[in-house]
Design a protein around this ligand. Structure first.
Ligand code: URA
Length: 226
C-alpha cells in the first residue's frame, strides 16, 4: 500500500480519496444488442477489421497518415479506453496512446492495478488528424463503424471515454466534459464513464485529482462486475 501511495504521488496524484458509491443512470440507450459469439470468433473479427482499417480510404485522414492506429491490448479485456485520435507518435508507430499522453495513461492504468496489456485502448478516429486538430464530423462518421465493431467484439465490462471528443461523440451530446463526468451511461450496452483526457492532465495538473476519483469508481465497478 505504501508503495502504491508513493507511486501515485510520483505521477502527481497528491490527494487520495476513498471512492464514493457509484451512481448509475442510463442516459444513453443501448443502440444495438451485440450478438452472442465466442471469444475466438470475436478476436478473429477484430483482426480482420484491423486489416481492413490498414487500407481504409473512407475519409481524407487517410491521405496524410503514416500508419493506422487501430487499437491495442487484450481483445477479451474487461476495461476499454477510448481517446480522440492518434498524434504524431501514434501515427509513426501505428499504436494508440504511445506518446506523452500515452505514458500518463499507462500510469493511470497501473494505478488501478491493471496493465496496458490487460485492457484495450482505441480512439474515435484511427488516423492522425493533421496538426492534431479535432477530427471533423465526417471523419468521425466514417470511422465510427470500426469503433462500434471494436466495442461489440471486445464486449468490455466497462468503457472509459477519455476527454471531450470521445465523450461527446459516443454520448451524442455537446455537453462540457465537467457536465458529462460523474455518472454512468450505457454505450452499446456497456457501462460507460467519462474522465479527463491524459493530455489535459499534462496541461492542467488540477485535473489529476478528479481523474483519480473517476478511476477509483471505475476500478470498484469492475471488481463488482467480476
Ligand atoms: N491522444 C488520443 O486521444 N489518442 C491517442 O492515441 C494519443 C493521444
Amino acid at each position: 500500500m505504501a508503495e502504491l501511495l508513493d507511486y501515485l504521488r510520483a505521477i502527481g496524484f497528491e490527494d487520495l480519496y476513498l471512492s464514493q458509491p457509484a451512481e448509475r443512470t442510463n442516459r444513453v440507450e443501448e443502440v444495438e444488442a451485440s450478438p452472442l459469439r465466442g471469444a475466438e470468433e470475436r478476436q478473429r473479427e477484430l483482426e480482420a477489421l484491423a486489416a481492413r482499417a490498414t487500407g481504409c480510404t473512407l475519409c481524407p485522414l487517410s491521405e496524410h497518415r503514416n500508419k493506422v492506429a487501430f487499437g491495442a491490448g487484450d481483445p477479451n479485456a474487461d476495461l476499454m479506453f477510448i481517446g480522440e485520435g492518434p498524434g504524431a507518435e501514434e501515427d509513426r508507430q501505428g499504436l494508440p496512446f504511445v506518446g506523452r499522453a500515452g505514458e500518463l495513461l499507462t500510469k493511470i492504468i497501473q494505478a488501478i492495478d491493471l496493465t496496458r496489456e490487460k485492457v484495450y485502448i482505441a480512439n474515435i478516429v484511427k488516423c492522425r488528424p493533421p496538426g492534431n486538430r479535432d477530427p471533423q464530423p465526417e471523419e468521425v462518421a466514417a470511422c465510427r463503424p470500426y469503433l462500434e465493431a471494436q466495442i461489440d467484439n471486445i464486449q468490455p465490462k466497462v468503457i472509459v471515454l477519455l476527454g471531450k471528443v470521445a465523450a461527446q461523440t459516443l454520448l451524442g451530446t455537446d455537453y462540457t466534459l465537467g457536465r458529462m463526468r460523474g455518472q454512468w451511461y450505457h454505450v452499446r450496452g456497456i457501462e460507460t464513464r467519462v474522465t479527463y483526457h491524459p493530455a489535459a492532465l499534462l496541461r492542467n495538473a488540477s485535473f489529476k485529482r478528479p481523474t483519480w476519483e473517476d478511476m477509483q469508481i471505475i476500478r470498484d465497478r469492475l471488481q463488482e462486475l467480476s
